[in-house]
Design a protein around this ligand. Structure first.
Ligand code: SF4
Length: 420
């Protein structure tokens, strides 16, 4: 995980890079989850300890830009968005990369137009077994520029192992997300598989495990989300759970524990692993770290939260979900959405719609105490630090504090020189 990737400099940043570097140097084992405080006088910006480009995203970006450098005369395609950040995808498009599909799998360019000499980049989410086969049948080499994150491949490997041990694979994920579509495809080639989205669906599945509901209802309810030939009575006798790498850790654990108890209740006490595979979750390190850092950020308390990331980013949406439980939270894709201290455009994750909110910036602290207004900031694993920089400086500008930013970074520079 310590590898440094060769990604374009414009994705790096001054403010966030200084803070991250200082924190990294003074806490090499990444154990201290307390947020970083940028003190602007009557405003304090508290930035989560961990967020932004993860291993898989930096790896994907390095490979995509290398594909551009190494193939100036070839047509380069991406199967779909490489990662869920519009700014990264737009930059790749501006350099000539074309997308073959939308994120939901609908076609943008027919595959019949592909030629064997074309370069096709597989995104960080990976792709389905069928897609790999289709590309290979067209003579396209898929290995050189395959950016599938190793943590996603780890889920595929876990699925295969579960399948070999005779378990049906229950995938906790968003059925329409590229990663879950890919995992479902890889899992079903090893064993009967089914996708469930949340705890409510785990409860639905429990009714079928304990045969309270008919198989017909099963097929109706989980349409498109079970593998061909699935037979509830036969295939729900031994199960193992894997997760989309970016789910909410608490929900994933709750679902696993719940299904384990359902299996024990229905089939009676059994040897560990006999009915329910005893495995750890398959969330990736970035999801775990970012969610843990967010809990620490929320614990530090705040008056308003801004979460930065692409609107279709699963891991970002979970950060928003956690924040919303505690304080007013705004999910923005970039600084342009913070129009003023009175007006902010953001994604309402409940309705899935972009909306405009007024008088969003708090006039006083929620705890009623004297002191600076505390603005909490974090971002998704596909969000460039440069974008968070722009959000921080834009906000400082709106607050009339832009000149204070350099002074506010001084403690981090000091920390850096002390640890040098
Ligand atoms: S969020 Fe996790 S699984 Fe996804 S690209 Fe990053 S490290 Fe890989």
């Amino acid at each position: 995980m310590a590898r440094e990737f060769d990604i374009p400099l414009f994705y790096r940043s001054e403010i966030i890079s200084t803070i991250k570097k200082a924190r990294k140097e003074s806490d090499r084992y990444r154990k201290d989850l307390s947020p970083s405080s940028v003190n602007l006088g009557n405003i304090e910006i508290r930035i989560a300890r961990h967020f932004g480009f993860c291993f898989g995203v930096e790896n994907a970006i390095e490979i995509a830009y290398r594909a551009l450098d190494e193939n100036p005369d070839k047509r380069i395609f991406l199967l779909s968005e490489m990662i869920h950040n519009p700014h990264v995808n737009e930059d790749l498009i501006s350099r000539g990369i074309r997308f073959l599909m939308r994120t939901d799998g609908t076609s943008l360019i027919p595959f019949s137009e592909l030629k064997p000499e074309d370069i096709v980049i597989v995104p960080a989410f990976g792709t389905t077994v069928e897609m790999f086969k289709d590309l290979e049948s067209r003579g396209i080499e898929t290995r050189t520029y395959n950016t599938t994150c190793p943590f996603v491949e780890k889920v595929w490997n876990r699925s295969e192992q579960l399948g070999q041990k005779g378990y049906t694979i229950v995938i906790h994920g968003r059925a329409k997300h590229e990663e879950t579509r890919a995992t479902f495809s890889h899992a079903r080639s090893s064993a009967p598989s089914i996708v469930i989205q949340d705890m409510a669906e785990a409860r639905e599945l429990a009714d079928f495990i304990s045969e309270k509901r008919s198989p017909e209802e099963f097929f109706d309810h989980f349409q498109g989300r079970y593998s061909p030939g699935f037979e509830p009575a036969r295939d729900l006798q031994r199960i193992g759970v894997v997760n989309q790498t970016t789910m909410l850790a608490t929900e994933t654990h709750e679902i696993s524990e719940f299904l384990k108890s359902v299996m024990a209740d229905h089939f009676g006490a059994s040897e560990p692993g006999e009915r329910f595979a005893d495995t750890r979750d398959t969330l990736c390190y970035a999801t775990s770290e970012n969610q843990q850092a967010l809990y620490a950020l929320l614990e530090s308390d705040g008056d308003v939260a801004i979460i930065v990331g692409g609107y279709n980013s699963s891991n970002t949406s979970h950060l928003v979900e956690l924040c919303e439980r505690q304080l007013p939270t705004f999910y923005v894709k970039d600084e342009g959405e913070i129009r003023s201290l009175q007006e902010i455009q953001h994604l309402d994750s409940h309705s899935g719609k972009v909306k405009l909110s007024h008088d969003w910036f708090p006039a006083r602290r929620r705890d009623g105490k004297e002191g600076p207004i505390r603005v909490l900031i974090s971002a998704g694993a596909s969000c460039p630090d440069a974008l968070v920089d722009r959000v921080v400086s834009h906000l400082a500008g709106l607050l009339g504090k832009k000149d204070h930013l350099q002074d506010a970074l001084e403690p981090f520079r000091k920390l850096l020189s002390e640890s040098a």
